[in-house]
Write a protein that binds this ligand. Sequence first.
Ligand code: C5P
Length: 222
Amino acid sequence: TKPIQIAIDGPAAAGKSTIAKIVAEKLSYIYIDTGAMYRAITLKALTEGINMASNDEAGQLLSKTEIDLQPSGDGQLVFLDKKDVTEAIRSQHVTKAVSEMAAHEQVRQRMVELQQQLADGRGVVMDGRDIGTHVLPEAALKVFMSASVEERARRRFEENKKRNILTPLEELQAEIAKRDKMDSERIVSPLRQADDAIFIDTTDLTIAQAAQEILKLAEERL
Ligand code: C5P
């Protein structure tokens, strides 16, 4: 069978990447976490102290930046100017700043180009905010995945604990809600469910159940 493209979008901490990874592995497709790219450029902007509100400064920074994603055993490694930043881009510092950086048109243009190149002609599971609407508009399967904000904060809290990050639950919930608002309200390709996307509420689903549901939908399209 011919490989298909699977687009998974949704708000922050909805379980997209965990589930996308499982689906990709089961189908022997590549997994691309597009949020990692926006996080990488944000990390560089923070390090260089550029004015995050400026579209031009963001564009200039990007033109002298190399972002590279490489599939690895259980996911994806992220390189920023050849340096492995896979862990560094998950910091709360980056998380708090990323939505401002991701709102810039020049930033999005470059990232979308890169994402389309990575996906070209292969079986791929890509997760993000605008995959079904902008990056892979022809994807054979589009899923929009969400869960209540309380449940998403709780999941992020548990995930953080494993990595020794101890941000309080209330703070996580506020951060997630704020990021969703910024991502949904930005002018350039805001977070939105594509017309032809299938909505999956994962609030009461386990990871395995959600992955199973998507695999079933994928198999119908193979
Ligand atoms: O998926 P993750 O939570 O790592 O994404 C971090 C941020 O990157 C999002 O909050 C959003 O601002 C931005 N993003 C985006 N478009 C995508 C993926 C992520 O704007 N396709």
